[in-house]
Ligand binder design. Structure first.
Ligand code: MOS
Length: 696
């Protein structure tokens, strides 16, 4: 048997799921064939706060093809109502505009939608509070942010550090509400079996999710079930970006409806508009950054204070200031997070939650400091490089930010740059370049296991997710590598909660977490059965904890370079070039790694120039609730986008030596655009998005 084939770890085989996807054979959540499907259409509140007084469903019930109507007055009861986002239809209260207050089950999707329109709802309105600003007197500190980080940190004496500084920056930056828009809207099919299946399954849920096990663990208590009584199936997902990182209220609605559909499967596909109210969004931020530096540009003080939004109905606290805890050396430091709790939907993860908005503010502030110090922005960052993690004190598992900055500068052609803003013009276009740093933590999630069986080929099973990132291919490569066999000897099975436990495809932790389990299982399999296993050999192994987890600070890093051209008459911004140089550990599949990084960078451009969800303060809903009014960048918007990475293996993160690369591509990209816009025009824009009107 050959130990290495052309598709081993580090090679770039094409996506194994590619042919099935492009030929339409790969089933997405809504498409799984089921017997006698019914269709569900939600009814959403049209007030932002108050109570539902009455729901008149008579006209709906008279419609041919309507099977049942669920309302807040007669929906099935949930066994656990502790989650304010998921506990729907249990009382008459309206917590935000767009909240689910009912649904129609019908023979066709069109009938369900028409039926939902015919339900007449009377409300008792109460004044809604949807105003997000930093002057509120009810801002509060959550117990923690991102459910594990301290809300605030303080080291040394910030005021003394600022007072001692030769140069200071004190600026406030804002980022707007942004909405995840995966190509495939959230969709599911729920089936409540009349009799439990032979394996004990009571509910089958075909879902579009980043984690089948997360879905069933979260939903089971709501329905008084054990997790293994819910089977979640999700082999293909048309993008997630965080919005599918946990079940949302539409999943609960579908399972509630499945209790009323006479044992028939219930199909639910949210519309694009419904997604803008129901499946999370990136909180807006107001971020004050204070930097103090000595005359040589060495930081004496660094403060990052963030105000964010949460929902009254359930707290979500994003970790936007957390990256500032690890980026630079500064003896006196402070970070803090404060929340405004509003009558709005619950914010949630959106690609690089925390790091993406936080590093916009932090890295624009560093650009401002570089100019104030008369230093090249790369040199400023190099002078403030921390030898160990300023937050934990631990050594880095592999911090190569300086390499990223220097190698990126070489590739980009930074050395010919005239630092003077507004110094380069090409006809009517002002030309500028900008740089920003990026970081994202390398994390392993607990609760992973893998099973391997040999027949005439290897079957490798883990309940992981491929949200378009390349999991099918990368895990096959990892398994083949660990088993010492060609990739075409391995059949991978993922995307089903009947498979061994797997953590969510989130926090750029997927490949680390699942790969660790697969490598452990492969090693155990080899130890037990040797290189020539008998047919039927099988075992299941839990992923070990990383022994280095508490000994090293494990983060990816990167440097983002951008060239912009700004029309001096119209303010139109064009981006002919983006270049990212990243340190992400080992490249498991360079083709898919590049796609992740380029996708993230493109989204960073989108964040810089376009993305903004506008909430109407009178009515409480987001008015930009479609792709005609919520603008996103696409690859074609960039002349030349390049993602590169250092050739490295991280010895401490996982057995593959990788660090995860799903999210770092977006981090810092918006700051690099803003810094390039400043270099081109001399105008410092501190509020995203950088629309043309801000440059006139
Ligand atoms: Mo990713 S936004 O952590 O799912």
């Amino acid at each position: 048997m050959t130990l290495i084939d052309a598709n081993a770890m580090g090679a770039s085989p094409l996506r194994l799921d590619g042919p099935a996807k492009v030929t339409g054979a790969a089933p997405y959540a809504f498409e799984h064939p089921v017997d006698r499907p019914t269709y569900l259409h939600p009814i959403q509140a049209t007030i932002a706060r108050g109570r539902v007084a009455a729901m008149d469903t008579a006209a709906t019930e008279r419609l041919d093809g309507v099977l049942a109507v669920l309302t807040v007055f007669d929906a099935p009861e949930l066994a656990d109502t502790s989650d304010g986002e998921l506990s729907i239809l249990q009382d008459d209260e309206v917590h935000f505009r767009g909240q689910l207050i009912g649904a129609v089950i019908a023979e066709t999707a069109e009938t369900a939608r028409h039926g939902a329109d015919l339900v007449r709802v009377d409300y008792r309105r109460q004044p809604a509070d949807v105003r997000f600003d930093g002057d509120r007197d009810d801002l509060y500190a959550p117990d923690e942010v991102a459910s594990s980080f301290p809300t605030d940190t303080e080291t040394g004496d910030l005021d003394a550090g600022l007072a001692a500084a030769a140069i200071t920056v004190d600026q406030t930056y804002t980022t707007p509400i942004e909405h995840n828009n995966p190509m495939e809207p959230h969709a599911c099919i729920a089936l409540w079996h009349a009799e439990p299946e032979p394996d004990g399954t009571v509910v089958t849920l075909y879902d579009s999710t980043q984690g089948v096990h997360t879905v069933r663990k979260t939903l089971a208590p709501l329905f008084g079930l054990e997790p293994d009584q819910i089977r979640v199936i999700s082999p293909h997902v048309g993008g997630g970006f965080g919005a599918k990182g946990a079940p949302h209220c539409h999943n609960v609605l579908a399972v509630l409806a499945a209790q009323r559909s006479g044992g028939r499967p219930v199909k639910l596909a949210l519309t694009r508009q419904q997604m803008f109210a129901l499946v999370g969004y990136r909180t807006p931020t107001i971020q004050r950054i204070r930097l103090g530096a000595d005359a040589d540009g060495r930081l004496t003080a660094l403060a990052h204070d963030v105000i964010e939004q949460t929902a009254k109905v359930k707290e979500y606290a994003e970790q936007s200031a957390v990256p500032s805890r690890v980026m630079y050396r500064a003896p006196n430091r402070r970070t803090s997070h404060r929340l405004a709790a509003l009558d709005v939907p619950v914010p949630f993860w959106m690609r690089a939650p925390g790091e993406a908005p936080g590093m916009f503010a932090a890295e624009v502030a560093m650009d401002e400091l570089a100019i104030a110090c008369g230093l090249d922005p790369i040199e400023l960052r190099i002078r403030n490089e921390p030898p160990t993690d300023p937050d934990s004190g631990n050594p880095w598992s592999g911090r190569h930010l300086i390499d990223c900055l220097r190698r990126g500068a070489d590739e980009f052609g930074w050395d010919t740059r005239d630092p003077e803003p507004r110094s380069l013009r090409d006809g009517d276009w002002l030309v500028g370049t900008g740089v920003a740093a990026a970081t994202y933590p390398a994390q392993q999630s607990p609760g992973n296991a893998a099973r391997i069986e040999f027949d005439d080929r290897y079957l490798v099973e883990i309940g992981a997710a491929d949200i378009g990132t390349g999991t099918w291919t990368a895990l096959t490569q990892i398994a083949a590598d660990a088993l010492g066999c060609p990739t075409d000897m391995v059949d991978l099975r993922i995307g089903d909660s009947a498979l061994p436990s797997a953590s969510v495809a989130g926090g750029s932790s997927g490949i680390t977490s699942w790969g660790t389990a697969i490598v452990a299982a492969a090693k155990a399999f080899r130890d037990k059965y040797g290189v020539d296993p008998a047919a039927g050999s099988a075992l299941r192994v839990e992923a070990p904890d990383n022994p280095d987890a508490d000994k090293f600070a494990m983060h990816s890093f990167g440097a983002q370079f951008v060239e912009v051209r700004v029309n001096r008459d119209t303010g139109e911004i064009r981006v002919p070039r983006m270049l990212g140089m990243f340190s992400i550990g080992r490249a498991i599949n360079p083709r898919m790694l590049r796609a992740q990084l380029v996708g993230g960078m493109t989204w960073g451009l989108s964040m810089a120039l376009h993305e903004e969800s506008v909430r109407d303060p009178r009515f409480g809903h987001v008015v930009t609730q479609d792709l005609a009014s919520y603008h996103v960048s696409v690859h074609a918007d960039i002349g030349d986008i390049q993602a590169h990475w250092l050739d490295e293996v991280d010895e401490h993160t996982n057995p593959m030596g990788s660090r995860g690369a799903g999210e770092i591509g977006i981090v810092g990209a918006a700051a690099a655009v803003a810094n390039a816009v400043h270099h081109a025009t001399g105008l410092r824009v501190r509020d995203l998005p950088i629309t043309a009107d801000r440059l006139l």
